[in-house]
Each structure stands twice: as C-alpha cells, then as structure tokens.
Write a protein that binds this ligand. Sequence first.
Ligand SMILES: NC(=O)c1ccc[n+]([C@@H]2O[C@H](COP(=O)([O-])OP(=O)(O)OC[C@H]3O[C@@H](n4cnc5c(N)ncnc54)[C@H](O)[C@@H]3O)[C@@H](O)[C@H]2O)c1
Length: 251
Amino acid sequence: MSGRLSEKVAVITGGAAGQGRAAALLFAREGATVVVADLDEKGGQAVTDDIEAAGGSASFVKADVTDEGQVAALVETTVDTHGRLDVMYNNAGLVRMAPIADLSTEDWDFTMSFELTQVYFGCKYALRQMQRQGSGSIINTASTSGLVGIPGHGPHAASKAGVIGLTRSVAVDYGPHGIRCNAIAPGFVPFTAQTVELSTREFIDMMLALQPLKRPGTPDDVAAAALFLASDESSWITGHVLAVDGGQTAM
Ligand SMILES: NC(=O)c1ccc[n+]([C@@H]2O[C@H](COP(=O)([O-])OP(=O)(O)OC[C@H]3O[C@@H](n4cnc5c(N)ncnc54)[C@H](O)[C@@H]3O)[C@@H](O)[C@H]2O)c1
C-alpha cells in the first residue's frame, strides 16, 4: 500500500487494544508493515487479521515488554521477518495508581516496570538496530501526568515523567546517528482497557473541566499524532513531547 509510511516497518507495543490498536490500523492504511506486539495473543492476532483483510501487511509477536529478553527477541524477529525496523512505538503500559502515602512498594515497582523500564528496553534494542541502518523514529507514550500534577496519579506521574526524560536523552545522544525520538503525552482517553473502570460520568466530567476542548479524547486522536511522528513529515523534530490532550496542559 502506498501512503505516508510506505516502505516502513513499524513495531507497536500494546498494539492489541486502545491507542496501540488504532495506530496499528492507521499505520497499515498508510503503507507501513506493522508488527503488533502484545501480551494478548487473541487481541493482537485479531488486529493483524483486520489489517490483512483490508489489504495491508502485518504480523503478530507475543511479547511481554517488561522482560528484556522478549524485547530483544521482538526486534530480532522483526528484522529477520521484515528486513529492518523504521519505527518503534513504545506504547504499551499498565498502571497501579494511588496517592503516594497509600501506595505499596510492590505497586510502585510494578508501575515502574510496566511504564518506564520497558520503554528503556524498547529504546535500547531499537537503537541497536537503527544505528546499523543509520535511521529510525522512536515514539514513547508518556502522559499529561508526566507534565502536570493530576490528583491521585502518584507513581504514574513519576513513571511518565521518566519516559519524557528518557526520550530527550535518547534524542540528544542518537540524533547524530539519524535517529529521532519523541514522546506523546495523551490526556484522558476513556473506555480503553486500562481506563474503563475510571470512565464514570463523574470522572469524565471532572477531566473535561480540566480542558478547553470539551470532548473526551479517542484512540484515533492519539494515533494521528503517532502517525505524524512516525512519518518523514516530522523529520526535523526530535526530543519533543507532543501533548494530545484537548488543551489540558495549556490551562
Ligand atoms: N487511556 C488514557 O487515558 C491514557 C492517558 C495517558 C497515557 N496513556 C498511555 O497510553 C498507552 C496506551 O494506553 P491505552 O489506554 O490504549 O491502554 P489499553 O489498556 O487499551 O491497551 C494497552 C495494551 O498494552 C498491552 N500491554 C500491557 N502491558 C503489556 C506488556 N507488559 N507487554 C505487552 N503488552 C502489554 C495490553 O495487553 C493492551 O493491549 C499506555 O502507555 C498508557 O499509559 C493512556
């Protein structure tokens, strides 16, 4: 397929659901060969089936991105199967949130592993391959929680601020190698797997009060930003944090 990502090979972690699924479908429509990586085999396979049914190119790799060996194998399998790696979208994430005084150390460690350390693994193995190629675009999913204080977000705020720091550091160190690294900071996107319990009318209204564009975000809103950062249209942009938040961080 021709399009804004034609000839590119893109790995999307957490591609079975939510924002990752929306990005997988969009990237494939724009001509990328998409590798969907997820813990959820059934959901991930369903996304690749949908892409292929629409005439696109995709494969599924079952991977737990908190396991360094599985991330190394994910990149290796991608390159063995598709020949290269142009876009690494470190989108997967899972959080246990509570105000800090009420949080167990186990929940803190879980959140750091599922939201920050795995992004380091994704950057590390993508960078090794992209250095060999002399090009590549890494996109890391942060959150508005990493930019501004939001009540009750505790460890999520810390892990996503860490993702932002890591993103800038990678951008500075690897720009001279032709590799870009940017972050997306989504605002509240209700009714994804990890926000479904939070998505009460009351919580949605509270979040809408925090942003000027008075509608909830959708996975497609975030996928559109990821497409821009994945494509050559953003070829002079690196180390940037793109808030996709209905203006929340402007208030
Ligand atoms: N939804 C929001 O409001 C929101 C806001 C800001 C940031 N984010 C971030 O956006 C990203 C995507 O969130 P979403 O709302 O689309 O979530 P989601 O729960 O709908 O999808 C997450 C996907 O990641 C997969 N996953 C989780 N842990 C994994 C692991 N260790 N290895 C492999 N796959 C794993 C899940 O199986 C799932 O398919 C996350 O990093 C999240 O923190 C979400």
